[in-house]
Write a protein that binds this ligand. Structure first.
Ligand code: C5J
Length: 223
């Protein structure tokens, strides 16, 4: 067991029953020319999460933890893309359109891939998800229950969209979700702040929030 300094309260977790879940650290969200930029966002704002995520990923691999990566996107025929998602708003490019990193948010295209700094290694499940939540229309729940996982350490982008949705889904399914604040980021700094505040409010209504340094210190102590 390790004891992590977190809000609203410290939390004890068994690393053998804990998975690191890295949400959607894809080129489409973090690099110019992808989905995030097509929606009018400054993708540079997400960079801050990369190095803390890399450090946590390295520590999780060293500790032999289950590491799961997710990618938001759709099959090339877009049968799994709800028309309301594709048609929404007035982005410069829509899901499925051709861009400098291939078709926007389409599986198999360069933009859909995970950024090189956090690239999955053999044995780490990669969950392709059509929605914002990582449990929706995926086998994430099955993988976690087959591995006896009780706790999720959650990183990724964006804090208020796919991270928040996944944490809410995970919380409802009985997982203790600990969101690593500096390992998440948003195109809207105020949404990042409020996204974390919502999780830890009311005694931790959806989960816990900790900094990566707090987690790494707790892991180092137990090593
Ligand atoms: C968004 C995500 N923001 N991964 N997706 O559309 O948060």
């Amino acid at each position: 067991m390790i004891q992590v300094v977190a809000e609203p309260a410290p939390i004890a977790i068994d690393l053998a029953r804990t998975a690191l879940v890295i949400i959607d650290m894809q080129r489409d969200f973090l690099e110019p020319g992808g989905f995030g930029e097509a929606l009018g966002n400054d993708v540079g704002l997400l960079k801050a999460a990369v190095e803390p995520c890399r450090q946590v990923l390295a520590a999780a691999r060293k500790a032999g933890m289950l590491v799961i990566h997710t990618r938001e996107g759709h099959s090339p025929d877009m049968n799994d893309a709800p028309p309301v998602k594709v048609e929404r708003g007035s982005p410069s490019k829509r899901i499925g359109d051709a861009g400098p990193m291939g078709r926007i948010l389409i599986q198999g295209e360069p933009g859909h891939d995970i950024i090189s700094a956090l690239y999955p290694i053999a044995g780490e499940p990669v969950i392709d998800k059509p929605g914002k939540g990582a449990f929706y229309a995926t086998n994430l729940g099955l993988i976690l229950s087959n591995r006896g996982i009780e706790n999720l350490l959650v990183c990724g982008v964006t804090t208020e969209v796919c991270v928040n949705t996944t944490v809410r889904e995970g919380n409802d399914r009985g997982f203790r979700c600990i969101v690593l604040s500096d390992c998440c980021a948003s195109y809207f700094p105020e949404f990042h702040k409020m996204g974390l505040a919502m999780i830890k409010a009311q005694g931790g209504i959806f989960g816990w929030v900790a900094g990566s340094k707090q987690l790494l210190a707790a892991m180092a102590k137990s090593a």
